[in-house]
Write a protein that binds this ligand. Structure first.
Ligand code: AMP
Length: 474
């Protein structure tokens, strides 16, 4: 087994790692550290939670260590490494990690992100920093004010590139890249590789080495899924009922919008369920406060949007509840990744209203599993619609996959093994785009099926929330 010492890290870095109590490099660390130390460009398929921050931070510190200087002159501290992250939380976490690992290497580090005053950041930039962690918008603000010079960047890291794309940051990222010197090392990390990101990789990376790891604990993940069909206007009542009747004490609830998250947290508090919201409109201080209160158990329910939750180091949650289904199946996978970690079982609960049936069908297609439904007595859609809300009964389908219309407790939902997840990008090495990759949705679906050894019909009978409903758009 590879140890950190085997990787050839400096004693100063080994000491800092040891103080963290880390004995064995994670798979992404074992694979990426030698690549980055060799100065190669890298494309890392890895999510937050895999140890990817140390995977790029340690070799960057190793590379920059000879530049460490105690000189007070700003000229002796140019920005030599730039790490771009999509969210403030992730930026703050990355900066904290860099500080931790650089404890015995006197390099200067700072982080800049929006939502807080610019002046302290400006001051730090003026004094000079070797490692700059930033979100794109705020970095460009500093660039505009000529407070930062990126012309001496040796190593550029683009973290969570797919989330940058989701958040519409790619134009900003490209502008920032255009400010970097042409000769530099580039590292890109992404959990998924949609076409846009593949294109970005092709333009950004030069002869990259690909390193791909499964999400942390992916094989051990034991997440059970449950769908509760419910009329949209009864979702909040059902949520309160579930939290109370099942004595849920630490729940991450996902909403589609900031407004929705705020409103839900407010309403839950009014009903006596202690909740806090975390989303992009909150100040950094408010978000940190909410997160800390949740982690400490002072607040039982954290209501979040996808954007705010991405990058948060919240682990081992017993429950994740989708108050609204996410827009993409990828986001569903990210959401449920918050539970069932470290071999513990977790539950992913979705409150699904009839208008969300397409999203549910897409999710089921992606995870290649029909999620059991259960109508909780008194909370389902009205009787006339109830029968049409359920998936079609297929000959031979196991009875436990049938929803209960009585509200009686169903048998435990099937355990979900993330390995069976159909998004092979999590488990397969990256392959550059070829005509096959650019193929149509149908052939992608068929290819995904055959890769897993389970040939699929091009038009599988995906269970729709609305009975008898079929996809017609692909
Ligand atoms: P990251 O994916 O970088 O956000 O890291 C996820 C978590 O794993 C962080 O809390 C790290 O402190 C922790 N971690 C990083 N490397 C290791 C390691 N080699 N062994 C144990 N934990 C680690």
């Amino acid at each position: 087994m590879t140890t950190f010492a085997d990787l050839g890290l400096l004693p100063e870095l080994l000491k800092a790692v040891e103080e963290q109590g880390y004995t064995v490099p994670t798979p992404i660390q074992a694979q990426a550290i030698p690549v980055v130390m060799a100065g190669r460009d890298m494309m890392g398929g890895a999510q937050t939670g895999t140890g990817k921050t140390a995977a790029f931070t340690l070799p960057i510190l190793q590379r920059l260590a000879p530049h460490a200087s105690t000189s007070a002159s700003p000229a002796r501290h140019p920005v030599r490494s730039l790490v771009l992250t999509p969210t403030r939380e992730l930026a703050a976490q990355v900066e904290e990690s860099v500080r931790t690992y650089s404890k015995y290497v006197p390099l200067r580090i700072t982080v800049v992100f929006g939502g807080i005053a610019m002046e302290p950041q400006t001051e730090a930039l003026r004094r000079g920093v070797e490692i700059l962690v930033a979100t794109p918008g705020r970095l460009l603000d500093h660039v505009q004010q000529k407070m930062v010079n990126l012309s001496q960047v040796e190593v550029f890291v683009l973290d969570e590139a797919d989330r940058m794309l989701d958040m519409g940051f790619i134009p900003d990222v490209k502008r920032i890249i255009s400010l970097l010197p042409p000769k530099r090392q580039n590292l890109l990390f992404s959990a998924t590789f949609p076409d846009e990101i593949r294109k970005l990789c092709a333009s950004l990376l030069s002869d990259p080495v690909t390193v791909q790891v499964a999400p942390k604990h992916a094989t051990a993940d034991m997440v059970s899924h449950q769908v509760y069909p419910v009329a949209r206007e009864r979702k909040r009542d059902l949520l309160v009922h579930l939290i109370r009747s099942r004595d849920m004490r630490q729940v991450l609830v996902f909403c589609a919008t900031r407004l929705g998250a705020n409103r839900l947290a407010y309403q839950l508090n009014r009903e006596g369920v202690h909740a806090a919201a975390i989303h992009g409109d909150k100040t950094q201080a408010e978000r940190i406060e909410a997160l800390e209160a949740f982690k400490a158990g002072k607040v039982g329910v954290l209501v979040a949007t996808d954007v705010a939750a991405r990058g948060l180091d919240i682990e081992d949650l017993p429950y994740v509840i989708n108050f609204e289904l996410p827009n993409t199946p990828d986001d569903y996978v990210h959401r449920i990744g918050r539970t069932g970690r470290a071999g513990k079982s977790g539950e992913a609960v979705s409150l699904v209203s009839p208008d969300e049936h397409e999203k549910l069908a897409d999710i089921e297609k992606t995870i290649r599993k029909q999620i059991p439904r259960e109508i909780v007595a008194g909370f389902g859609p009205d009787a006339a619609r109830a029968s049409s809300l359920m998936p079609e009964r297929k000959a031979g389908r196991r009875e436990r996959e049938q929803p209960s219309l009585t509200g009686r407790v169903q048998p435990r939902p099937e355990q979900f093994n993330a390995r069976a997840h159909a998004d092979d990008i999590f488990f397969k090495p990256y392959e550059p785009a070829t005509p096959a990759v650019e193929a149509t949705a149908e052939s992608r679906t068929a290819a995904a099926g055959s890769l897993a050894g389970t040939p699929r019909k091009p038009e599988p009978q995906v269970a729709a929330l609305l009975g008898g409903w079929r996809r017609t758009d692909r």
